[in-house]
Design a protein around this ligand. Structure first.
Ligand SMILES: Cc1cc2nc3c(=O)[nH]c(=O)nc-3n(C[C@H](O)[C@H](O)[C@H](O)COP(=O)(O)O)c2cc1C
Length: 219
């Protein structure tokens, strides 16, 4: 009589390995990519632009309350998201349409690169980098979210003033969007640029220019 062996065949082993591989790759993708909810610029605020301009001011104290991914999505869209999908143009003007500014989101559970076209956050670090963003100003690391505006100088022909101006536009968009969403922020040049450059995994042509710590204002 032929007894069936309990030892798995090479074919079965291959199948198990393939299954494990798919399982591991899926869980890694889930950890490294956050699919943001659709931004809701029209539904998020009834404030007019003129009201936002009247009320905008710098705030350096925040509560510990977290910011939802829905609010973050709308905020990032306002910063430099796609507002003309056919032409892939963005909310902020940019010199020679270089679109050199990329926004990085630093929060307690890691740091992420905002990919405006796909409306996703791509994890670039598992560390809390807010103290690197704070530099010498401790208040900034209390903000639940710090947005770091990084310019790729190669996209604006290595003209540093263009990088600075483009970052200024994105930061002002963030300031006005925060006002409209009742969030508090301040544009900042202070930060530990060298350590951020390393921790965010930036290339030689990428440079952190400005940052905006963001949180809910204290009463
Ligand atoms: C380019 C730029 C860099 C700034 N850097 C810092 C900074 O490093 N730290 C800070 O606390 N505020 C910083 N600020 C905020 C200014 O101090 C603030 O805008 C100014 O005091 C006017 O106040 P207001 O924004 O309430 O009108 C910066 C502002 C700009 C435009």
């Amino acid at each position: 009589m032929h007894l069936k062996s309990n030892i798995p065949t090479i074919h079965t082993m291959k199948k198990i390995l393939l299954y494990l591989f798919v399982l591991i790759s899926c869980s890694t993708t889930a950890q490294t990519t956050i699919y943001l909810p659709q931004p809701l610029p029209m539904k998020s605020s009834k404030m007019t632009l003129m009201q936002a301009l009247s009320q905008r001011h710098s705030v350096r104290e925040y509560t510990e309350k977290s910011i939802s991914d829905q609010t973050l999505s709308t905020l990032l869209w306002a910063a430099c998201g796609i507002n003309r999908p056919k032409e892939k143009r963005i909310t902020a003007p940019s010199a020679i349409n270089g679109q050199d500014i990329t926004v990085y989101v630093c929060r307690q559970n890691g740091a992420y690169r905002y990919d405006a076209l796909s409306n996703i956050l791509v994890k670039v670090s598992t560390e809390d980098l807010r103290s690197h963003v704070a530099g010498g100003q401790a208040f900034a690391k209390q903000a639940p979210i710090c947005l770091v505006l990084v310019s790729d100088a190669s996209k604006v022909r290595f003209q540093n003033e263009l990088s600075a101006m483009d970052a200024g536009f994105v930061s002002e968009n963030i300031c006005l969007a925060c006002t409209a969403l009742k969030l508090a922020t301040v544009p900042r040049a202070t930060m530990d640029k060298d350590s951020l450059h390393k921790a965010l995994g930036l290339t030689e042509t990428q440079h952190p220019i400005l940052n905006n710590p963001i949180g809910w204002p204290k009463e």
